[in-house]
Design a protein around this ligand. Structure first.
Ligand SMILES: [Zn+2]
Length: 607
């Protein structure tokens, strides 16, 4: 999550309703039943069941055993020993899905446990996370095991050189492909990380607000999809124009994960999507001109405002047309980007679908069974049927009549365990904002490994500056006269005002877990170069830099922590050095546009 230096932005707190937190805490204090471990046998009785199959809602019971729905229907007996949840006429629905989220540090909320909590308090039990570097999949999967949260699918990012989504972080975070051959290679290269799905940033149109970026051609996208399918993964595409919607359908993309909004969708595109079985997840929640449904009267004499409303009208109209034509609709939001909040945006998306003309029951099916089908997990979840995973939501009201009732979350069951309930207390790990720091070790990297990994077994990041125009960084291991090897860094500065380049070494896998370097005095390295450089430390709260003068001969350099200052060009959450939340250490170089620079580094560590 830290690899994007440019996007290391403040993670604001309080992204979800403080009221919910208070309710949970007050509930916890009542001394009621505490379900910390899996509830093995649950009976939800006297519920109105919306099972997601298209059947009319009916009154009945749901029996859950060992995480699965054992039985559901009218007049189903309650087994002895079951923990009974009396729904008292409330609605029970399959847990909601969000096929398009970004667990980004700049989102609302911005930290993993708080995001997880925001989803489950909104009844969202399965999400796709489009934001992580593959190196972070495993440590984040481990972290999620410690907390109550939704099922999180880790979706690997692929774009084109100069494409949307490739404009921040390094090439390990977002793969760049421009040919069928490179698309296949990179899908294969992702496999050791066990991605759940692939996101293809296939469309470079920037909504008419910014210059267009590159797009993925049909051959590349087709090969990417074919290779992903061979590996058992679905492909969701960032597609926002009608023409590229057509191309996505032709390429066999499984889910178009945004709205087509540059013009009305035409019959040919509709036919292609129908033929290909493309799902459509319009992410209206991110495009809504007045977020949250605020009744702000737009100034339509303003061109930007006029254009925004025109796209919004197309997005709504195209959803209606595609739905009426029988294209399956799924729910995604782009939450974590812009102002779209985690959890509540998913509920808002279903309201916006109804506002755009879908019947409420169709919006609910989009958020449950259809999204499960889109991700290929309908045999496992997405409906309330015997044998399915027990991911369930109990709400007050009848959301198939009044979609806004999805907000009246009363209880949430995930894998057969009651996780949201007035009597249930979430584990402490759900209220932490970071993993506990581990002690820093002295040696970060002696550059002896031949696989681009540090002595800490973390993957070195060639840190290129953000934006479409990017500096090029090439690193090599080079022999040292004294024996062993050092890292050689060569940078070709991009053609922009303040380019930069360098390398960053994560202190833990995927930069997820912080390290505590307080027993040490600073950063030590052996260095040679020419001109000014900077040593950089990324922490959970921001970026810190210290000046480093390059000399042509090898020099041992010790930079005390006191010499590090918050990088002025970056937003930082705090000006206070803590020393116990370090995630990356590296070397940066800044030169004029188009200039080249070099440096050699060895034996980087703490002293
Ligand atoms: Zn997105």
């Amino acid at each position: 999550m830290i690899v994007s230096r440019r996007y290391r932005v403040t993670s604001r707190k309080g992204g979800f309703s403080a009221g919910v937190l208070v309710a949970l805490m007050v509930g916890a204090g009542c001394g009621g039943a505490v379900a910390q471990s899996t509830d093995r046998l649950i009976a939800i009785t006297d519920a109105v069941i919306f099972d997601g199959t298209g059947k009319e809602p009916y009154r009945g019971n749901v029996i859950v055993r060992d995480g699965r729905i054992e039985n559901v229907g009218q007049n189903i007996p309650v087994p002895a020993g079951a923990k009974v949840i009396r729904a008292e006429g409330r609605a029970v629905l399959p847990g909601f899905f969000d096929v398009h989220t970004h667990w980004s540090p700049g989102g609302q909320p911005g930290t993993l446990p708080q995001i997880a909590t925001a989803y489950i308090t909104s009844g969202v039990t399965t999400v796709n996370d489009f934001h992580q570097a593959p190196e972070a999949f495993e440590p984040r999967r481990d972290w999620l095991k410690q907390i109550k949260g939704p099922h999180v699918n880790f979706v690997a990012r692929m774009s084109t050189p100069g494409g949307h989504g490739a404009d921040w972080a390094d090439r390990n975070t977002t793969k760049w492909v421009a040919t069928a051959q490179s698309a296949r290679r990179e899908v294969q290269a992702l496999q050791p990380y066990r991605p759940d799905h692939i996101k293809a940033f296939a469309d470079g149109w920037r909504y008419g607000n910014l210059p267009e970026e590159t797009s993925m051609n049909l051959e590349t996208l087709g090969a990417l999809v074919d290779e992903a399918h061979k590996q058992g993964q679905r492909v969701l595409s960032h597609t926002v124009t009608v023409d590229r919607g057509k191309l996505a359908a032709q390429a066999g993309v499984d889910v178009i994960a945004h709205s087509l909004q540059d013009r009305p969708v035409d019959d040919e595109t509709v036919a292609l999507m129908r033929k290909a079985g493309t799902f459509y997840a319009p992410t209206l929640a991110i495009y809504e001109p007045t977020p949250g449904g605020d009744r702000i009267v737009p100034d339509l004499t303003e061109p930007v405002s006029r254009q925004r409303y025109r796209k919004w009208d197309y997005a709504r109209q195209n959803l209606r047309v595609l739905y009426q034509a029988g294209v399956p609709i799924a729910v995604g939001t782009d939450a974590g980007i812009g102002g779209a909040k985690h959890g509540t945006s998913t509920l808002r998306e279903m309201e916006l679908m109804v506002d755009a003309g879908l019947p409420p029951a169709a919006a609910l099916i989009a958020g449950t069974a259809n999204s499960a089908k889109a991700l290929g997990v309908i045999a496992d979840r997405g409906t309330i049927e015997a044998g399915k995973r027990a991911d369930l939501v109990v709400v007050t009201g009848a959301p198939w009549q009044n979609i806004g009732d999805v907000r009246n979350i009363h209880q949430v069951v995930i894998d057969g365990e009651l996780v949201i309930d007035p009597r249930v207390k979430l584990p402490k790990a759900n209220s932490e904002t970071a993993l506990a720091a581990v002690p820093a070790v002295q040696l970060i990297d002696d550059f002896e490994r031949t696989d681009d990994r540090s002595a800490l077994n973390t993957l070195r990041l060639a840190d290129m500056d953000g934006g479409v125009e990017r500096s090029t960084v090439v690193t090599n291991r080079v022999p040292r006269a004294t024996g062993g090897s050092a890292l050689s860094i060569a940078v070709q500065m991009s053609l922009k005002e303040s380019p930069e380049g360098g390398v960053l070494i994560p202190l833990s896998r995927g930069s997820v877990r912080p390290v505590d370097a307080r027993p040490y005095a600073g950063v030590r390295l052996e260095f040679r170069g020419e001109g000014p450089y900077q040593v950089v430390i990324n922490t959970l709260k921001g970026e810190w830099t210290a000046e480093l003068e390059g000399r042509p001969d090898w020099t041992e350099v010790r930079v005390p922590f006191s010499a590090f200052k918050p990088t002025p060009t970056r937003r930082s959450e705090t000006q206070e050095w803590r020393g116990n939340d370090l995630v990356e250490v590296g070397v940066l170089v800044r030169r004029t546009a188009g200039a080249t620079a070099w440096a050699e580094v060895d034996n980087l560590g703490f002293y």
